[in-house]
Ligand binder design. Structure first.
Ligand SMILES: NC(=O)C1=CN([C@@H]2O[C@H](COP(=O)(O)OP(=O)(O)OC[C@H]3O[C@@H](n4cnc5c(N)ncnc54)[C@H](O)[C@@H]3O)[C@@H](O)[C@H]2O)C=CC1
Ligand SMILES: O=C(O)[C@@H]1CCC=N1
Length: 269
């Protein structure tokens, strides 16, 4: 069985470990490193996965998943580079960081795959986009696709698209949560108890997402089907258009893309 080590077990590292266990992977095939001992203890208690140091992780694992913040990558690479044996597969989940940053710092020929996942991995509904670096071969991409395929959907994209993907599906769940939060607030304004408003909106979001995924309709057609002549929906849509919500979303996603590019540039030579 492939042994996987996650370096940095924060939100996304935990989402991956937990998703892999839910998908049937044995905790004994998983390892993690974590700089905060209390956090490490909590994860070992919850999932039964061993917390190890970096030399042990890179020795024992076949696949080394880097899940620290982009701002924390340099000290991590300083620790990993002298210890990692040749021939390991390195998978980076870090926003903005190009595969060539890892290739420059790790032993010559190290296969690196850049991945942009998202937190719905926790419930087996991730969207992950993967791109191979200079030394990643088809079998490396196949392995990463298989691993991530057990916790959601996987797309292969050219690395040049990863900053845009980060803005769309990496950050995307946060924008949906934000929308849901705002709609629940609207319910409160209209006098609906918070718990009832949350039920109404969350189920509407699940229903709408299911129609988008499983139906054969385009989002525009689906929205038109809700929008009756002289009805309630168009009265609401007019307000969204007046407040520039579409343009705000496009600007938000462009800003997220730009930030991803900036995070990568901070680590250029
Ligand atoms: N949170 C999200 O929705 C997503 C995050 N990502 C990427 O995943 C990476 C991690 O993000 P989060 O999990 O949100 O951050 P986080 O801050 O929750 O987790 C990072 C973890 O790494 C640990 N850490 C830092 N340096 C370390 C070191 N040298 N050795 C061992 N542990 C170390 C920290 O203590 C922390 O627990 C980032 O690069 C981010 O861009 C990618 C997609 C989605
Ligand atoms: O906000 C961030 O930087 C990370 C990357 C994508 C989602 N969360």
């Amino acid at each position: 069985m492939t042994t996987i080590a996650v370096l940095g077990a924060g939100k996304i590292g935990e989402a991956l470990l937990s998703g892999l266990i839910k998908a049937g992977r044995a905790p004994s095939d998983l390892l993690f490193t974590e700089r905060f001992p209390s956090r490490a203890e909590e994860l070992t208690k919850t999932y039964g996965i061993s917390h190890v140091d970096v030399p042990t992780a890179v020795q024992r694992a076949d696949v080394i998943v880097v899940a620290v913040k982009p701002q924390d990558i340099e000290p991590l690479l300083d620790e990993v580079a002298p210890k990692i044996p040749a021939g390991k597969l390195v998978v980076s989940l870090c926003a903005g960081l190009p595969t060539k940053l890892f290739e420059r710092r790790l032993p010559e020929g190290t296969a690196v795959v850049r991945v942009m996942p998202n937190t719905p991995m926790l419930v087996g509904e991730a969207m992950a986009a993967i791109s191979g670096g200079a030394h990643a071969e088809d079998h490396h991409l196949d392995l990463v696709e298989e691993l991530l395929g057990s916790v959601g959907k996987v797309a292969r994209v050219p690395e040049t698209q990863q900053d845009a993907v980060t803005a769309l599906s990496g950050s995307g769940p946060a924008y949906f949560f934000y929308l849901v939060e705002a709609m629940i607030d609207a319910g409160i304004l209209l006098g609906i108890p918070r718990a009832t408003a949350a039920d109404l909106i969350v189920q509407s979001a699940v229903g709408a997402a299911t129609m988008l995924r499983e139906g054969d309709g385009h989002p525009v057609m689906l929205r038109e089907a809700v929008t009756s002549p002289a009805g309630t929906t168009i009265a609401g849509i007019r307000e969204l258009e007046k407040h520039g919500v579409r343009a705000a979303l496009i600007d938000a996603i462009e800003a997220a893309r730009d930030r991803s590019v900036e995070l990568g540039k901070a680590h250029e030579d």
